[in-house]
Design a protein. Structure first.
Length: 75
């Protein structure tokens, strides 16, 4: 299980040490959840939802702001 956690951490947490550590910790949580439920379906749904939420929040944080709530022509 440790090798699998490290592999998950490398593939999901390559951008920073904090992301690497968080990915490893989350892989252990997922492994324990699987061992308790013997089901991957809800874990796949949680993983997908986390990715979609991350993409949505990243878009919301990086989108250009509109001036005064509306587009300004020529700027």
């Amino acid at each position: 299980m440790t090798f699998a956690a490290l592999a998950y951490g490398v593939s999901h947490g390559y951008k920073s040490p904090a992301q690497f550590g968080g990915s490893i910790a989350l892989s252990f949580v997922f492994a324990i959840a699987y061992a308790l439920t013997l089901s991957l379906w809800w874990l796949m749904l949680v993983h997908t939802a986390a990715g979609l939420f991350g993409a949505w929040s990243g878009y919301r944080l990086t989108r250009p702001e509109k001036a005064g709530g509306c587009e300004v022509a020529g700027r």
